[in-house]
Design a binder for this molecule. Structure first.
Ligand code: HEC
Length: 185
């Protein structure tokens, strides 16, 4: 292997080493995509074997576990957030709330929800963090657990696991929330 290839691989593997915003955006997009694809695979498999009631358990235990695993592997934080959360642990902080509200405004102005993203370097307490968010539109599959009319068994399971659930009543094409990535600089 040529030396510069090795240096390139090291730069990709060491968080914060890659110098410019473009590569940070690319890394954030890749992390969000991996999170989405892994979760969707688990969700679809669980729906096939046991329907939405079974799949709730997957979202309940696997979603946070997948986020932790990708965060650990990449050396930065990834998660999901929303203006209407199911799990209060996913509630947005002030910066995320502002971005989510901006996504809603851009969608109202005609933007395609699948294209909405935002990145910014934020400094707090003297520490700079590169932050990235990408909107998550509501698809047909999501309505089983986030829609207007839920199966009574699904409702009962959600109520038991998430007594503070706000994440129902969505239609296809609504913004369900966003992926959120933070890379310490
Ligand atoms: C089988 C039920 C089920 C389906 C189907 C489902 N979800 Fe969820 N969703 C959940 C559960 C349960 C949680 C809470 C996960 C947790 O505890 O972190 C959740 C959480 C979320 C969150 C994190 C923010 C929050 O509300 O806590 C987003 C974003 C989200 N879902 C989007 C989607 C999208 C988009 C789809 C369709 C592609 C989808 N979900 C399909 C059950 C489901």
């Amino acid at each position: 292997m040529k030396r510069w290839v090795l240096i390139g691989l090291l730069a990709a593997a060491v968080p914060g080493f890659a110098a410019d915003d473009a590569s940070r955006v690319a890394a954030s997009r890749a992390a969000a995509k991996e999170f989405m694809e892994t979760l969707k695979g688990e969700l679809q498999a669980a729906m096939k074997t046991g329907g939405p009631t079974n799949a709730i358990e997957v979202c309940h235990t696997k979603a946070p576990a997948i986020a932790r695993e990708i965060s650990r592997a990449k050396g930065f934080d990834i998660g999901r957030t929303s203006l209407k959360t199911r799990n209060p642990d996913n509630a947005p902080d002030a910066w995320e709330r502002k971005v989510l509200e901006d996504f809603e405004a851009r969608k109202r102005a005609g933007a395609d929800p699948a294209t909405l993203e935002h990145h910014e370097t934020v400094t707090a307490n003297g520490k700079a963090t590169f932050r990235y968010m990408k909107a998550i539109p509501t698809a047909e599959l999501c309505l089983n657990c986030h829609g207007r009319k839920l199966d009574p068994k699904v409702s009962a399971t959600l109520k038991r696991l998430y007594p503070e659930d706000q994440a129902t009543g969505f239609n296809v094409g609504d913004l369900r929330g966003a992926f959120t990535v933070a890379q310490p600089l």
